[in-house]
Design a protein around this ligand. Structure first.
Ligand SMILES: Nc1nc2c(ncn2[C@@H]2O[C@H](COP(=O)(O)OP(=O)(O)OP(=O)(O)O)[C@@H](O)[C@H]2O)c(=O)[nH]1
Length: 411
């Protein structure tokens, strides 16, 4: 179900733009032209967040802000300008952010915030801080932006929590702590986890010279001097989490086949080389299948390249269904590979045979053009340490399957 957002804005054109932005971010949006209308809507619906105009006909001095805040609706305030009086009001309430409408980037900024909020629900932040008061302050700030929060009161406890929760992606570490201080914690985290997986933000109340540089040199991504204000905290945190997101996207793109969305050749080798080491050490057989669509060139020649692409992408969706928990990848063209991470050779052959039969009987229904096709499969189960060695054997078996009339498995 889409998240619902409340837009309280009396200028219809602005409200329309905001609604358009919210919908493009996946929200369902309601518009209230006044505080009165907002009250009616809040009585009827649950809102994930609200965008609130500072000046409304029936709320000229920001009175709509305490209304949404008291109703526990995370609030983004839109203001015409940010004079001292407005800032005082905005600072008084625990809002997500304020955006000045005059700023050319205002609507892009709103879009960024609306994209981040649902994303933050999946971001785990570990706060390592010995002062309960500071921990609570940071926790409150994080809660407002919907982050998941874990807490530790020193570096040793922080490392333990990190071990138990490997999906933590942000660590906010104070420097002055008993047992293990922030700088030491930072160095230890960097020994265990890369910059691409976890962001560290150091904080400190000390005015010791060069502390920020020392933190950064120990592997922190950013540094905040206590006491810091909410606005600076959010700016730095958001930028760092955005960076992790960008890295994850780039990584995914680098490992994914563009057409079929299956893992690509590069990812396949990266993973299997690692897995082969484990299997070889344990003296375990490796099971692998090369799967190739028969006479694929005819499909392209008869129906066109677009239909060929359609066949490839719909065919690729079968792998998840027939080989769950195994590593399936597109090696190139119409050639796919399944590296079996578990099960016996017999079980894997059985699954492959079911797959082959399913394609033979149902392939016409995969695409609009009702293109019927079959697959040939070469399978190997061997105590072979090199992934290239396994691929070579499976490829020879695949060749045999083609030679013996296609639409079959050879092993
Ligand atoms: N539509 C489409 N075609 C592709 C893609 N990649 C490779 N091909 C085509 O796949 C075809 C593979 O043909 P061949 O290697 O001769 O094999 P085949 O026709 O499948 O015949 P057999 O493998 O011997 O059964 C070639 O025509 C390639 O141009 C792709 O991404 N999209």
């Amino acid at each position: 179900m889409a998240r619902r957002i409340l837009i309280i804005e009396d200028t219809p054109t602005i409200a329309k733009v905001q609604k358009h932005i919210a919908v493009s971010c996946g929200y369902e949006a309601d518009i209230a032209g006044s505080l009165e209308q907002a009250k009616t809507l809040v009585a009827e619906h649950n809102y994930f967040c609200a965008v609130v105009d500072f000046i409304l006909p029936d709320a000229p001095s920001g009175e709509a802000i305490p209304f949404t805040v008291e109703n526990e609706i995370p609030t983004i305030v839109m203001t015409g300008n940010i004079d001292n009086r407005t800032r005082e009001t905005v600072d008084k309430y625990p809002i997500i952010d304020y955006i000045t409408k005059e700023n050319k980037q205002a609507y892009q900024y709103l879009k960024n915030q609306l994209t981040r909020l649902p994303r933050n629900e999946n971001v785990k932040v570990l706060v390592v801080e010995d002062s309960r008061h500071s921990r609570m302050y940071i926790r409150n700030l994080l809660e407002r932006h919907k982050y998941q929060i874990l807490e530790a009161s020193d570096g040793i406890e922080g490392l333990e929590i990190l071990k138990q929760n490997p999906d933590i992606s942000v660590i906010i570490a104070d420097n002055e702590m008993p047992r293990m201080n922030g700088e030491e914690l930072c160095a230890e985290i960097r020994r265990l986890y890369s910059n691409e997986d976890k962001v560290i933000i150091g904080v400190s109340g000390s005015d010791a010279p060069h502390l920020s540089a020392r933190f950064l040199k120990s592997g922190a991504n950013d540094y905040l001097c206590k006491p810091f204000n909410a606005e600076e905290f959010y700016c730095r945190l958001s930028l760092n989490v955005d960076m992790l997101d960008h890295i994850a996207t780039i990584r995914l793109q680098a490992n994914t086949d563009y057409l079929t969305k299956l893992p690509n050749r590069r990812y396949f080798f990266e993973q299997t080389i690692r897995e082969q080491k484990v299997r070889t050490a344990k003296q375990l057989n490796s099971n692998l299948a090369m799967i190739d669509i028969d006479h694929f060139k005819h499909i392209n020649d008869n129906y066109g390249h677009d239909v060929g692409d359609d066949v490839l992408s719909t065919f690729a969706t079968l792998f998840e269904r027939f080989f769950p928990n195994q590593l399936a990848a597109r090696m190139g063209g119409e050639e796919f590979v399944v590296y079996f991470l578990d099960n016996t050779a017999e079980q894997n052959l059985e699954a492959l045979e079911l797959f082959r039969q399913y394609v033979e009987l149902n392939s016409a229904s995969f695409t609009q053009h009702r293109v019927a096709f079959t697959v040939s499969i070469g399978f190997v189960s061997a105590l072979e340490p090199k992934i290239d060695g396994l691929l070579k054997i499976a490829d020879e078996k695949l060749y045999e399957a083609k030679e013996h009339g296609r639409n079959q498995i050879q092993y």
